[in-house]
Write a protein that binds this ligand. Structure first.
Ligand code: TXA
Ligand code: MG
Length: 337
């Protein structure tokens, strides 16, 4: 299969390109497209065979359900049951945007999309190309992130190509995505709303709207996709936590040891600490007080280390407030914790 690439200008709507991509999806094809978080790999959510191709292209296990993307809040009741006032409030405030909500599902969504669960994850992305694409398809688009299963999510069309060239029909190249980490996944099917995956909308922001949020990671509801090893570059990732001075000392020590053993070591540091590691191959995650910049860089730098033949990435930590929660979640998973 040849993977076609369609470039679109992010500042305007390229309706010709979007209609072509929509036609491919309507005919059962699978298309990578930009969202505000990461690139998605989309299929017609009503077409079980097309959705099966997504799992195949990504090597994704069938027990890991996909997010259903819609272009209009008004369509929500078609796919979700038991909408509570909290749900409606959240969609009013945060859609379009990086918040995925899990509901009891209606009968319209095929089982393969939701991995046989009686719940469905739905989101309305905040990206003009993505919204127009869904609208032109005329049906919801089922889409996971457009990476091979377990790899860091793609924030550029180039990242999608690295993983999926020849395995998918088309890529809409809309440039680098803005947020850089995936949407926050929030479960609304239990008495207490809970965060299944921290992401683009922060816990602090959600708490201003819904006081009672459960973030206990080992609550009774789990996202089937929350595996231990995830978002992983080919290199081994070691995440060093703790007080700043300790982090730096520890990283220098580890880097020195692994270097002596002949490993190609890379260090992922906050911008302000880069100069501490001049003896090693060091990349900046971004300024420690600009977590949005760090989130936007995260998956790109992990992939850059891979492309430079790094064996071991030793990473600093960021503060866990705001977007830092999502960043640390991804780094912990990348390190296999
Ligand atoms: O930002 C995003 O959310 C991106 C863009 C493309 O929209 N999508 C994305 O999809 O990250 P994916 O498949 O890589 O991650 C979706 C997560 C998985 O961990 C999956 O297990 C979980 O959402 N999920 C999906 N449906 C669920 C459900 N019914 N119940 C619980 N978790 C669910
Ligand atoms: Mg993913």
């Amino acid at each position: 299969m040849r993977t076609e690439i369609l470039r679109v200008d992010h500042s305007s709507i390229d309706i010709g390109a979007i209609r072509r991509a929509a036609a491919v999806i309507r005919e059962g094809g699978i298309v990578a497209f930009p969202t505000e978080t990461v690139y998605g790999l989309g299929a017609d959510a009503f077409n079980a065979k097309a959705v099966a191709r997504i799992f195949e292209a990504k090597n994704r296990p069938l027990y890991d359900p996909l997010i259903v993307h819609i272009s209009d809040r008004k369509d929500l009741p078609l796919f979700a049951r038991d909408l509570c006032s909290t749900a409606l409030k959240l969609t009013e405030i945060f859609w379009p945007g990086p918040l995925t909500l899990v509901f009891k599902k209606s009968g319209l969504i095929p089982d393969i999309v939701t991995a046989g669960l009686d719940t469905v994850a739905i989101r309305m992305p905040d990206d003009r190309t993505a919204l127009k694409l869904i609208e032109e398809v005329g049906r919801p688009i089922a889409a996971p992130s457009a990476n091979l299963f377990g790899r860091p999510s793609p924030v550029t069309a180039q990242h999608v190509l690295e993983d999926l060239d020849g395995r998918i029909d088309l890529i809409i190249d809309g440039g680098k995505t803005a947020v850089g980490v995936e949407s926050t996944v929030m479960d609304l099917t239990q008495n207490t709303p809970s965060i299944l995956r921290p992401g683009g909308i922060t816990l602090e922001t959600l708490k201003e709207t819904v006081r009672e949020i459960d973030i206990s990671r080992d609550g009774n509801i789990l996202s089937p996709g929350m595996f231990q090893l995830h978002y992983s570059p080919k290199a081994k990732v070691i995440l060093v936590e703790g007080e700043s001075k300790f982090q730096i000392e520890n990283i220098k020590h580890l880097a020195h040891e692994f270097d002596l053993q002949g490993y190609a070591v890379g260090i992922l540091a906050k911008e302000e600490h880069k100069y501490k590691y001049v003896k090693f191959k060091v990349k900046s995650l971004g300024p420690g007080d600009d977590l949005a910049a760090c989130a936007a860089n995260l998956f790109s730098v992990l992939r850059e280390f891979d492309n430079n033949g790094t064996d071991i990435i030793i990473s600093e930590s960021v503060k866990e407030g705001g977007l830092g929660l999502a960043i640390m979640d991804r780094l912990r998973k990348a390190s296999g914790r």
